[in-house]
Design a protein around this ligand. Structure first.
Ligand SMILES: C[S@@+](CC[C@H](N)C(=O)[O-])C[C@H]1O[C@@H](n2cnc3c(N)ncnc32)[C@H](O)[C@@H]1O
Length: 268
């Protein structure tokens, strides 16, 4: 999914200057440094804990690591040749602002690539997903890109190997900043209004309930991988075949044990 999506960034020169926004533990950055010299790659994330893990990765040693907000990128306009953000937009309070920032920090002629989930097709999935995070529709992604000023928009639907649903799972969308684009710095942004006590409480419960809902995605994906073992597989080269890591296998065994214990007590 990652390597397929990164093709839309057109990494045609190892010396391109790239920013990876919401770089987290560096999984997507590891795909970027296969094409771009690590010294030319900047990782931006708001979480020091995630960034600490990325910093430990051998292949990311040359990268620059910056703590910062996707919606207020601490670089001036026209700094990067490429902007990449994978699996982060669904956490941003104002995605349009984040995409405007992508447009601002890339140079005229540069490309921004956003990889993100799509709203689940079925009602229950949509309810769980939307209580947890923002799952945009394809139309929203396109609208945000066009509104930010991007042209030559390219779209690729993506899905992990465990997902066999009828609807699309996620999208990689890339746009170009016109070679003669003009961006004005120091745009004054409206200050967010102060939240009332009621709104704060609503946010608090939304985070708690949403986080619990988020956990449902872990067993769902793990079951998907498990069922995949019994499905007829397309012939994929080994390096593209997604495998569970040790923690995920342990989580799967744990889930089966819990189910086993529940069945045992119900059957007694
Ligand atoms: C699911 S991780 C994806 C990490 C990475 N891109 C990858 O492909 O593995 C999402 C990351 O987005 C970061 N993030 C969320 N909102 C952000 C924001 N407003 N500014 C910067 N980073 C943000 C989180 O801290 C987290 O590390």
């Amino acid at each position: 999914m990652r390597d397929e999506s990164l093709r839309l960034a057109h990494f045609d020169d190892a010396n391109l200057k790239v920013i990876d926004v919401g770089s987290g533990t560096g999984f997507t950055t590891q795909g970027i440094v296969r094409h771009i010299k690590s010294e030319h790659v900047t990782c931006l994330d708001q979480s020091p804990h995630q960034m600490k893990k990325a910093k430990q990765k051998q292949d990311l040693q040359g990268c620059q690591f910056i703590l910062g907000d996707a919606e207020n990128i601490p670089f001036s306009q026209n700094t990067f040749d490429r902007y990449v953000s994978a699996g982060s937009i669904e956490y941003w309070p104002d995605p349009q602002q984040g995409i405007n920032e992508a447009y601002r920090v890339i140079k005229p002629g540069g490309i921004a690539l956003m990889i993100g989930p799509l709203e689940p097709g079925n009602k229950l999935g949509r309810m769980i997903a939307n209580s947890w995070m923002l799952f945009p529709t394809m139309e929203q992604y396109q609208q945000w890109f066009q509104q930010a000023g991007f042209t030559d928009i390219e779209i690729k639907y993506i899905r992990p190997q465990w997902f066999h649903g009828k609807h699309e799972y996620g999208v990689a969308i890339a746009g170009k900043k016109s070679p003669d684009a003009i961006v004005h710095e120091n745009i004054v942004r409206p200050q967010p209004e102060k939240l009332t006590v009621g709104q704060r409480l609503k946010t608090f419960f939304r985070v708690v309930i949403g986080s619990l809902a988020g956990f449902i995605f872990i067993p769902v994906a793990l079951f998907g991988y498990f069922l995949n073992l019994f499905r007829k597989k397309e012939k994929l080269p080994g390096k593209y075949s997604e495998r569970l890591n040790g923690y995920q296998v342990m989580a799967l065994i744990f889930i089966f044990l819990v189910i086993g214990v529940i069945i045992y007590f119900l059957a007694r």
